[in-house]
Design a protein around this ligand. Structure first.
Ligand SMILES: [Mn+2]
Length: 430
């Protein structure tokens, strides 16, 4: 038995008020889909098995370069964060894992495991941090970390990653995600080749320390915090890293880490084809690395990414087992509400991907019928799959309307009383 933080009575009443409308909508959609040769229950059951990890840092209020406006009841430490993550999973049934960020979430591993298992949660990929200075550390990362010109600073960054692996082993994690802020603000500030050589040397040492059943994810980002160049700037460099390091190294795609309008779904297809897609940091953006809720700006792009993922899943692409994680910042919303909505949007894109008539699509592609090929994708995208998502949640004990049930339960008000306001919750988004 696991503990719950949302009262079963409140959740039950909220679901009861919405259930008959849902059943009617589900039956109607089921009828429409059966005309397209699709069994709605099969889609619902597949959606129910689709999970996405919540980042521990996501449940805190984010900020911008200008200011951070704390919200009520913000988590004070990793144990408060685990409780907030538990609420998200209770209502969505889509997020049974939490991804930790070291050193922000450093705590006794046994306590961490107990706190998570109390709510039926476990731990996803470990995230190291060499893009900001931890209190008391000997050398600063102001001018870089794994690619630093100073051997002592580079060593400190390697040691930190080795420690993340060690902590991860004690709590059952199976992956390390490395994102570095290393880069330059001015042409000539650093030598591109020598920086990348130093980075690769450091990564080889981290890779060598990976346990046999672990994966190493590297994340590219074209700019920010460095504004002229970054050491791991794009998917091409990321692919080089993964191939240089070996079979356990994979590329992580953060949707916000590309230039506007880059064809991300095509990058995803290429990485799948060559067995190097490690997983995702899902979020959405309009201009840069905005870290907005998944699917909130361009749901069609999210669908097109999932169209590639579902295609790879159905054709059993070699080595295809991507990790799914949210990575977003919440400046004007309740983080729990935003994360629930994002988890739902990820499942929506997955469900729509499952509705694509792939046989018809391949036929149109091979006969050069551009219009009908495009129309085949749009037919899946136009389908309102919300009844499928809601039914998947309900069947697993979650909420038909997660945000509605969450507000009815008054969780935020309750924790605002228990958790005194903090000045800074250690934000930061990568
Ligand atoms: Mn990220």
């Amino acid at each position: 038995m696991t503990d719950t933080l949302i009262s079963a009575d409140i959740l039950g009443n909220d679901n009861k008020a919405r259930q008959s409308a849902l059943e009617s909508d589900y039956a109607h959609l089921g009828e429409q889909l059966s005309r397209r040769g699709i069994d709605i229950d099969t889609i619902r059951d597949k959606v129910a098995t689709f999970h996405v990890a919540v980042p521990s840092w996501g449940v805190g209020t984010g900020g911008t370069r200008f200011a951070r406006f704390p919200g009520p009841g913000e988590p004070r430490d990793i144990f408060d964060k685990i409780e907030d993550c538990a609420v998200i999973n209770e209502l969505t049934r889509a997020t049974p894992t939490v991804s930790l960020h070291i050193p922000w979430d450093k705590a006794d591993p046994n306590r961490l495991k107990q706190a998570a298992s109390r709510f039926g949660l476990s731990f996803d990929a470990m995230n190291s941090n060499t893009f900001s200075d931890a209190r008391g550390q000997a050398s600063s990362y102001k001018y870089g970390s794994l690619s630093h010109a100073d051997a002592g600073t580079q060593r400190q960054a390697v040691e930190h990653n080795l420690e993340c692996i060690e902590i991860g082993e004690t709590i059952g994690s199976k992956a390390l995600t490395v994102w570095i802020g290393d880069g330059t603000n001015f042409p000539g500030q650093a030598d591109f080749t020598r920086s990348f050589e130093r980075y690769l040397d450091a990564m080889r040492e981290i890779y060598a320390a990976l346990p046999g059943d672990w994966k190493l994810f590297t994340e590219h980002k074209m700019y920010e915090p460095a504004f002229y160049s970054t050491v791991v700037q794009d998917w091409g460099t990321n692919y080089m890293i993964a191939t240089e390091l070996g079979d356990k190294a994979y590329c992580l795609v953060d949707l916000g880490h590309h230039a506007p309008n880059v064809n991300i779904e095509m990058i995803v297809a290429r990485l799948i084809q060559f067995g190097k897609l490690g997983g995702f940091h899902f979020n959405d953006s309009k201009y840069g690395d905005d870290d907005l809720d998944a699917g909130s700006i361009d749901p069609f792009r999210l669908f097109l990414v999932f169209n590639e993922l579902v295609d790879a899943e159905l054709r059993h692409a070699r080595g295809f087992a991507p990790a799914h994680m949210l990575d977003q910042s919440h400046n004007v919303t309740d983080p729990i509400e935003s994360l629930m909505r994002s988890a739902n949007e990820i499942r929506r894109a997955y469900a729509m991907g499952l509705l694509v008539d792939r046989k018809a699509l391949a036929g149109y592609q091979d006969s050069n019928d551009a219009l009908m090929a495009s129309e085949t994708l749009k037919a899946a995208f136009r389908t309102d799959v919300e009844p499928i998502l809601a039914m998947a949640r309900l069947k697993d004990g979650g909420a038909i309307d997660p945000v509605g049930a969450y507000r009815a339960a008054g969780y935020r008000k309750r924790v605002a009383l228990e958790r005194p306001a903090v000045e800074s919750g250690g934000g930061g988004i990568v």
